[in-house]
Design a protein around this ligand. Sequence first.
Ligand SMILES: [Zn+2]
Length: 261
Amino acid sequence: MRELLILNYHEILPKSSAAYTTPAELFAISRERFQAQMDLIEKHPFPVISIDDFLSSASFEGKAIALTFDDGYESDVEIAAPILQKKGFPAAFFPIINQLGKEGFMDWGQIQDLHKQGFEIGTHGLSHRDISRLNFAEKKHEIEKAKELSEQYLNQEINLFSFPFGRYDKASLSLAQSCGFQAALGTRTRLNKQPQAFLLHRWNIKRALPLEQFEKIISFDRNTLNRKIFLGQIKTGVTSVLGASLSNQIHLLLAHLTQPK
Ligand SMILES: [Zn+2]
């Protein structure tokens, strides 16, 4: 059986912080927690492979893990990349083009560095809008222009697209495919079983995820995976009714109500 579990990260904070103030912080985890998670992956038998390995390897067998980083936070270069390098873990980074060089975000030079270190570089679109809600011309612009600009700056082909908020529709998927991406990545909590599939699913790693739960996920504990996949299906349904941004606001409110004082 082939199964690829893709974990998706966002910002890595230098220190731990319990309080949330913005929806983005739901996904920001501390350096210490990130290190502990990578240590757990190293301890378990399932290898970390690159997305490219998964897509190109017809002979891929068994279970494996891949790591991705959305939004292009500077902390991904400064904190995450050195930890990944030490472990020899591949990863793919998906910057938002219009955020590049802004405070707290990578610039093109840092992306080039990541690429030289052997990491995969994809794109997360131009301006981080929910592409499923845009008209056709806007969708096309967000997807195609992001590919074109990334390729110009990095002087290499960009093969991976990750959808902002993990949101897509039929038209955005076929646009991503027709403009030459080899895979598009969403954020549904599902395992990837087919290297040939164009759409890949990723598990967003949130700050509130306890380390014991993380360990069960990366050790492919069947009960934990099935429960998370089931809950993920409910969340996808809620998000498609409410839209990504309202759904994140509600999520933030719930996190506020339940976080330890
Ligand atoms: Zn994003």
